[in-house]
Design a protein around this ligand. Structure first.
Ligand code: GLA
Length: 381
């Protein structure tokens, strides 16, 4: 893994000694279940083979220093801090240290060198990969008693409270709990998981990921606005979260909401939860090709009801479908980012060419495409 040797080399260059170990955590794509996580609903991500690697070694108690191959800047050192004190990329590791300490753990001092191959700003969870690599390293290094199933919520807390991004638990769960060759069916309320076999190559299928390379715009404000609208709708409907509106009760629920925008937000969440459950049922039954229409319906719902897509991702989805994909959808939080398409494995080149041709006909930055396989979750290398 080049990224592992990069992290180790950065550690040696910065700290003049060998790291105690290397810890890797992956980015993710979400197969289906978008914006359902903070509505206590269902998601189905799988981990990418692309990882962030933390090369870590001990430091005196109460002292942490982080450096990254992604920046030319000086390393950042901090002691115990309060939320928001360390900003920028170093806020993520500082947030992890804070969240662990706040949960009562005796976090070991550490020197940390980071290297990453997860594209930043593409909706593939580069920040969760960073958080999860550092969290896994500190837990191992300090021998902390923090079971794997409790780690995503702690990393999410670092992101919500320390960094100040109001995200759900999808990304950290994927980075920490996914397994190679499986998709992770997660109930975001109970935090129970089922590892769903997801070996597409064995069926002659593949997931093509297309990075739209569209500039991410308005992400923070729009994400927060969606979340607020969902929470407000749940309050009006008198349920703890939109997860509690069953599909059979959707028409009644919508009739109780005056605001058309809010109605469409609710319709996306309620139908999306059902699409995750339907996708899981089909995968369990080995009927993988049949999930295609659910993926495409998810995209249409995100485009028309949740309004989180941009022209570049819509064009990529349409081009992939025209090229014969079984289904295609944007993956991740939205406003740019990546599209995934379920295709016959031998049609990767043709589908890629079709998307590129559709982009070339418009004034879009060319896309970047690759086949994504389901890799392992966070681990010591
Ligand atoms: C971002 C957030 C996740 C989730 C997705 C949308 O990736 O970090 O918590 O809400 O958007 O599904």
């Amino acid at each position: 893994m080049t990224v592992a040797s990069d992290a180790a080399a950065a550690f040696r260059a910065q700290f003049g000694t060998e790291p105690a170990g290397l810890w890797a955590a992956p980015g993710r794509v979400n197969l289906i279940g978008e914006h359902t996580d903070y509505n206590d609903g269902f998601v189905l991500p799988f981990a990418l083979p692309q990882c962030t690697v933390a090369a870590v070694g001990p430091a005196p108690a109460g002292e942490w220093t982080v450096c990254s191959t992604a920046t030319d800047g000086d390393p950042v050192s901090f002691g115990p801090t309060e939320p928001g004190e360390v900003t920028g990329w170093a806020g993520y590791p500082a947030g992890i240290v804070w969240a662990l300490r706040d949960a009562g753990f005796d976090v070991p001092g550490a020197r940390i060198a980071l290297a990453s191959e997860v594209p930043v700003g593409s909706g593939l969870s580069s920040s969760a990969a960073l958080e999860s690599s550092v969290l896994t390293a500190l837990v191992d290094l300090g021998g902390l008693d923090l079971p794997v199933d409790r780690r995503p919520a702690l990393a999410q807390r670092a992101e919500n409270v320390y960094v100040g991004a109001p995200t759900g638990i999808l990304d950290q769960s994927a980075s920490i709990r996914c397994q190679a060759g499986r998709a992770l069916f997660l109930d975001c309320r109970s935090l129970e998981v089922e590892q769903i076999p997801f070996d597409l190559a064995a069926e002659g299928l593949a997931i093509l990921v297309v990075n739209s390379n569209a500039p991410h715009q308005h992400v923070d404000g729009e994400y927060g606005a969606r979340r607020k609208s969902c929470e407000e709708a749940a309050r009006i409907l008198g349920v703890p979260a939109l997860r509690d509106v069953p599909l059979e009760g959707l028409a009644d629920a919508l009739a109780k909401l005056d605001d058309d925008v809010m109605r469409r937000r609710v319709r996306h969440i309620v139908t999306e939860d059902q699409r995750v459950l339907d996708t899981v049922a089909l995968l369990r039954a080995g009927r993988t090709r049949e999930i295609g229409p659910l993926l495409t319906a998810s995209h249409v719902s995100m485009r028309d009801d949740f309004e989180i897509t941009v022209a570049q991702v819509d064009v990529a989805v349409e081009a992939a479908l025209e090229a014969g994909a079984y289904g295609a959808r944007m993956t991740g939080g939205g406003f740019g980012g990546c599209v995934l398409a379920l295709i016959d494995a031998d049609r990767a080149a043709g589908t890629t060419a079709a998307v590129e041709a559709a982009y070339a006909g418009r004034s879009f930055t060319p896309p970047t495409s690759w086949i994504a396989t389901a890799g392992p979750g966070a681990t010591k290398l």
